[in-house]
Design a protein around this ligand. Sequence first.
Ligand code: FE2
Length: 288
Amino acid sequence: MTTSTRYDFSAEHKYSYERDGFLILEDFLSPSDCELLINRTHELMTQLGDAHSRPFFSTVNNHHARSQYFLTSGDKIRLFYEENSINEKGQLITAPHLSINKIGHALHDLDPIFNNISRSHKMATLVNKLGIADPLLVQSMVICKQPYIGGEVVCHQDSTFLYVEGQPITGFWFALEDADIENGCLWALPGAHKCLLKARMHRNDHDQIYIETYDESGWPENNMRPLEVSKGSLIVLHGLLPHMSKINLSPRSRLAYTLHIMSGQFSFAADNWLRRNPEMPFQGFTTS
Ligand code: FE2
């Protein structure tokens, strides 16, 4: 595993990324960038919070995938709540802003602060060095991992959900707060991005979502390694790398911002769940 204490993407980093399927770049975001994104996240929670509708998100049962609220969120900024944020009477057990699972999926296009950090010169340079030609920014999310209730994200490959024909999509996971084993850091299987895709989520013409499984065998989760990182670190994730995170039972949140980028030289599968209004296509680092 290679980490970098400063931004100096080198041939060694490229080799390590190709070997492991992930790369940690410490201090990629400055403390003030992290504060800016955290403050903006809290503003969005206040502006968009709607505790009455409470659309939930869970990778354990994927029930969210049946809702139009989720299916039409590819070109919007929407909130999703933790499934275990309500009691048996349907009441929130914590304050609304501490009940939100995530915000997605077009922060990078619709919010000026997220846009600036997603489309920084530093990001464009990194993406170029990773060999992603004609990059397109596809999806963004803030994942909250709230204290005590932040839900598990089951082991998966991102290409299951964002399939690009030809070259797997790349994930960029920015730690806005320290992430460790106690508050639900990422875990990954080093080198397993060389395995084939095990499953794909499809959305058919009737807006039905289903998972097609190619390989029923599970991942050797005992071999997973925790990727504990400090605030400001960036973890680059190959689209075929199996990764997960556990429930956060600690009193600390674990806010992260994630961005997914594909090469415009390949095709975003037409039956991916994420859809865009034709007037709002994916764009690169310079927008029109
Ligand atoms: Fe993921």
